[in-house]
Design a protein around this ligand. Structure first.
Ligand SMILES: Cc1ncc(COP(=O)(O)O)c(C=O)c1O
Length: 458
């Protein structure tokens, strides 16, 4: 069947009717909206037939790459068998099978899976679960959440309240009260212990303890941390940091939530970031890579103990989402996990992660590249005006350089990645887990060209 809109009136319709997310729509008053029409492996193609290396896996999503018939077939088969049924009161085989499989992959006794349809809903659901749990166990004053500055945890009102990015919170204030922000683990710009990662990690974890004490431990429900914080440009945890956060949470009876919407499902070479860094949180939130984006699905994995009050007679977690645990999404997730196993994707990330790092670190010879940081297949490159002093760009420079020149030049040069200015300006990279050295070379070559041109423009 011919598409209803050809390339030209697709543009018109996009400008007239499509409201793009987090997008300055005025930027497309004159310029064309980039329209991606199909994907194959590590590459996507636009409506002009141009090919791009998907260096961001769409949006940290496409772990197994694009156009995988195995997942498409599983989706079609499930849609024919049972396209939809809720997991309210009833269950269906694919949601059961997926919950069982995820529980088997999750660390420790994280054995209960509560499905959602997105990362924001997962973050929000974990907070609601913590609140109802504490009320049920006789600690009704525990409702606050501690999270880290510049961290992104989603856009629904609760998840946005936990998010540490003031610019995207202000338009919606007043938000849900009782969220508290503490320092993140940006070691490149560490305010103390810049020359000692372990001491810096102890300091950063102790900031959480201080916030718990200041607010009154009896009022704090949970601490949210990403294993590697994305927003701000990939802040890996300093050695020992996350285990120390775990001990602090235990000391004060606070739940630790590992927000793994990006870090789970192979991004760091393990199914979960918590496994990689050796801690057992009370809850893990996930989404994105769980289905490699073939259909939306997210969720919360909770420790068995959190379920206990909800197993009493007459008790229930009073929360639900119509499409959560959708049969087609669950079938896609199971087929996705089959590909992880049959293609050894975790091993690929473990083996090639160091190669990815070394290839990107070659860019450190450019005057504009201040820092290359990350883990697995998840990296941020911080751009600076002065390498010696680590001086950053002014807000204006950042806008013209990142949003203006670098983003569009990278795209025109055939690389999809993200130029982000939510902290200091960074380029974010998270390619599909199927990538290898040849893809890294291509990424480095395009970045080198565009960043050299950007420096010359300054
Ligand atoms: C760490 C983290 N948490 C939550 C979210 C929100 O997920 P979603 O966009 O699926 O609602 C994101 C999205 O990027 C994320 O990176």
């Amino acid at each position: 069947m011919e598409p209803r809109l050809n390339s030209k009136n697709l543009q018109r319709a996009a400008k007239d009717h499509l409201w793009m997310h987090f997008t300055e729509m005025a930027a497309y008053r004159e310029a064309d909206v980039p329209v991606i029409t199909r994907g194959e492996g590590e590459y996507v193609y636009d409506d002009r037939g141009e090919r791009y290396l998907d260096g961001l896996s769409g949006l940290f999503v496409s772990q197994v790459g694009h156009g995988r018939a195995e997942i498409a077939d599983a989706i079609a088969e499930q849609a024919r068998e049972l396209a939809y049924f809720p997991i309210w009161t009833y269950a269906h085989p694919k949601a059961i099978e997926l919950a069982d499989r995820i529980a088997g992959l999750a660390p420790g006794d994280l054995d209960r899976v509560f499905f959602t349809t997105s990362g924001s809903e997962a973050v929000e659901s974990a907070w609601k679960l913590a609140r109802q749990y504490f009320k049920a166990v006789g600690q009704p004053t525990r409702h606050k959440v501690i999270s880290r500055r510049i961290a992104y945890h989603g856009t629904t009102m609760g998840a946005l309240s936990i998010t540490g990015l003031q610019d995207i919170k202000s338009p919606f204030e007043p938000l849900v009260p009782s969220t508290i922000q503490v320092p993140n683990t940006n070691h490149y710009r560490a305010p103390v212990h810049g020359d000692d990662p372990e001491a810096f990690g102890r300091w950063a974890a102790d900031q959480i303890e201080e916030a718990i004490l200041q607010n009154g431990p009896e009022t704090v429900a949970a601490v949210y941390v990403e294993p590697v914080q994305n927003s701000g440009g990939c802040f890996p945890p300093p050695p020992g940091y996350l285990r120390r956060v775990r001990r602090i949470c235990d000391r004060y009876g606070v739940l630790m939530v590992s927000d793994e919407v990006i870090c789970a499902f192979g991004r760091l070479g393990e199914y979960f970031g918590a496994t990689k860094y050796g801690y057992v949180p009370d809850m893990i939130t996930f989404a994105k890579g769980a289905t490699s984006g073939y259909v939306p699905l997210g969720g919360v994995i909770a420790r068995e103990g959190l379920m206990a009050p909800f197993q009493e007679d007459g008790a229930a977690f009073l929360h639900g989402i119509t499409f959560a645990g959708h049969p087609v999404a669950a079938a896609a997730a199971l087929a996705n996990l089959d590909l992880f196993e049959s293609e050894g994707l975790l091993d690929n990330v473990r083996e090639n992660g160091p190669v990815f790092r070394q290839t990107l670190e070659r860019l450190l010879d450019l005057p504009i590249v201040g820092d290359v940081r990350g883990d697995g297949f998840f990296y941020g490159i911080e751009l600076v005006r002065d390498k010696e002093t680590k001086e950053s760009f002014s807000a204006e420079e950042s806008k013209t350089l990142l949003k203006g020149f670098i983003s569009s030049s990278l795209f025109e040069s055939g690389l999809i990645c993200r130029a982000d200015d939510r902290g200091e300006p960074v380029i974010q990279l998270a390619p599909p887990l199927t990538c290898g050295p040849a893809h890294f070379e291509e990424i480095e070559r395009i970045l080198r060209k565009v960043l050299t041109e950007a420096w010359d423009l300054l």
